[in-house]
Design a protein around this ligand. Structure first.
Ligand SMILES: CC(C)(COP(=O)(O)OP(=O)(O)OC[C@H]1O[C@@H](n2cnc3c(N)ncnc32)[C@H](O)[C@@H]1OP(=O)(O)O)[C@@H](O)C(=O)NCCC(=O)NCCS
Length: 169
């Protein structure tokens, strides 16, 4: 089934992304970090205003649309001077997982990176997010170090940093 990657540029696309974030994060992260931290992070990082601010600062978002349905999204934070990029978001709706969409979304992100001359892709993932860690390992990422970040509001992110070298392809 063909999927489209739609660059997030206008208010309607920002709102669609924010809606997906709410649906996916509430379902997926509540058992991992609890409802208060989920709400805090949605408000501070995935509200329409927060996404708009990120776009202004150079973060690139794409909606993943399969069979005309919003099915997931990705966000990349490129750092061309270091030839690296952070894959800051990759999310697929629950009922669309394990069908290869995450892999295709990652391949699309890697293509964007190669077009920008980026050689290293990295990300952080919650240490208890076992499904995502399994996915990243399968797709060629290796765990580099643990990272604990204070995100305000009395919350911390307790993550692994994972990295992937993008060989020419
Ligand atoms: C991580 C995520 C994007 C993967 O998307 P997906 O569409 O399910 O992934 P794919 O179907 O392309 O999976 C590719 C391979 O990764 C591995 N994989 C994916 N999900 C897995 C899981 N839950 N457990 C073990 N391995 C898994 C498998 O090897 C899979 O291949 P297979 O299905 O042929 O066995 C998706 O599970 C997701 O959105 N999760 C919730 C949000 C999240 O945690 N995002 C990452 C934030 S850091």
């Amino acid at each position: 089934m063909a999927e489209k990657f739609e660059k997030v540029q206008n208010h309607a696309q920002i709102n669609r992304t924010s809606r997906l974030a709410r649906e996916i994060w509430q379902d997926h992260y509540t058992p991992i970090i609890g409802p208060e931290q989920v709400e805090y992070m949605l408000k501070n990082f995935q509200s329409p205003g927060a996404i708009n601010d990120q776009l202004q600062s150079g973060v690139v978002y794409y909606l993943v649309v399969r069979a005309d349905e919003d099915s997931g999204y990705l966000a990349l934070e490129p750092d061309p001077e270091k030839a690296s990029a952070k894959l800051s978001k990759i999310y697929v709706l629950k009922d669309k997982r394990r069908c290869g969409l995450g892999r295709k979304t990652l391949e699309f992100a890697e293509m964007l990176c190669r077009d920008m001359g980026i050689k290293d892709l990295w990300l952080t993932v919650n240490r208890h997010n076992h499904a995502a860690i399994a996915f990243y390992r399968q797709e060629g990422f290796t765990a580099a170090e643990t990272v604990v970040q204070d995100i305000g509001g009395g919350f911390v992110m307790d993550d692994y940093k994972m990295v992937k070298n993008l060989s020419p392809g």
